[in-house]
Design a protein around this ligand. Structure first.
Ligand SMILES: *[C@@H]1O[C@H](CO)[C@@H](O)[C@H](O)[C@H]1NC(C)=O
Ligand SMILES: *[C@@H]1O[C@H](CO)[C@@H](O)[C@H](O)[C@H]1NC(C)=O
Ligand SMILES: *[C@@H]1O[C@H](CO)[C@@H](O)[C@H](O)[C@H]1NC(C)=O
Ligand SMILES: *[C@@H]1O[C@H](CO)[C@@H](O)[C@H](O)[C@H]1NC(C)=O
Ligand SMILES: *[C@@H]1O[C@H](CO)[C@@H](O)[C@H](O)[C@H]1NC(C)=O
Length: 167
């Protein structure tokens, strides 16, 4: 789980190009001309900036400073269509985003796997390993799936207050 540790300040010193590339699906050849696998995840004719990350490819911006807004020049993948604020169809668009890694997002922006190893009641509160995945429309740098230590819930199905009352 050491991968989640690290200083946000380190971001500026890392190579943004490499980091950004890993955000998006890299289609390494063999792409079907009929139905590329990502198409089912890409809603047609919505705002380009709201497309899931799998639907677009973006060029990196070297002036990415942690926590600061940054813009990326993006292109929609083949078979994907989207519009700008004036409902004009676009192939290329500018994406506004905050410069930060996926694992630095607020909790509301990702979903984590549930624990199978949590002890129902334990003090101090136990923690468990989980894999978290960023919600489709949220844009961020780095791996969209990342490990995280989460606190176990004290109660497994019944309320803590109920457990006390039953004693
Ligand atoms: C990089 O982002 C900055 C800040 O948003 C912007 O001013 C600049 O034009 C962007 N550069 C590129 C190449 O997109
Ligand atoms: C991106 O941000 C700039 C400056 O804050 C703004 O002018 C532009 O409309 C924004 N674009 C989108 C697609 O939100
Ligand atoms: C713990 O409970 C919260 C709220 O009831 C829930 O959202 C979360 O998924 C639970 N976590 C686990 C690991 O079960
Ligand atoms: C997280 O994902 C990795 C790779 O898919 C897997 O090996 C690992 O067991 C997963 N961990 C949890 C806690 O689900
Ligand atoms: C992203 O994380 C997953 C699970 O932790 C791992 O299997 C995968 O290799 C990582 N991808 C990249 C590009 O680092």
């Amino acid at each position: 789980m050491a991968a989640v540790a690290g200083s946000p300040r380190a971001l500026g010193r890392l190579c943004p190009a490499l980091l950004f590339l890993s955000q998006f699906y890299v289609l390494a050849g063999g792409e079907s001309t009929d139905n590329p696998p990502y198409v089912t995840k890409c809603p047609s004719n919505g705002l380009c900036s709201r497309l899931p990350a799998d639907c677009v490819e973006c060029r990196t911006n070297a002036s990415c400073v942690y926590g600061k807004p940054v813009t990326f020049d993006c292109t929609v993948k083949p078979s994907v269509t989207c519009v700008d604020q004036d409902f004009k169809s676009q192939k290329n668009f500018v994406l506004n985003m905050t410069c930060r890694f996926c694992w630095q997002l607020p909790e509301a922006d990702y979903e984590c796997s549930a624990s199978t190893s949590c002890v129902t009641v334990s003090c101090p509160r136990q923690r468990h390993a989980a894999n978290c995945t960023v919600r489709d429309h949220v844009h961020c740098l780095g791996n969209r799936t990342f490990p995280k230590m989460l606190y176990c819930n004290w109660t497994g199905g019944y309320k803590w207050s109920t457990a006390l009352a039953l004693r």
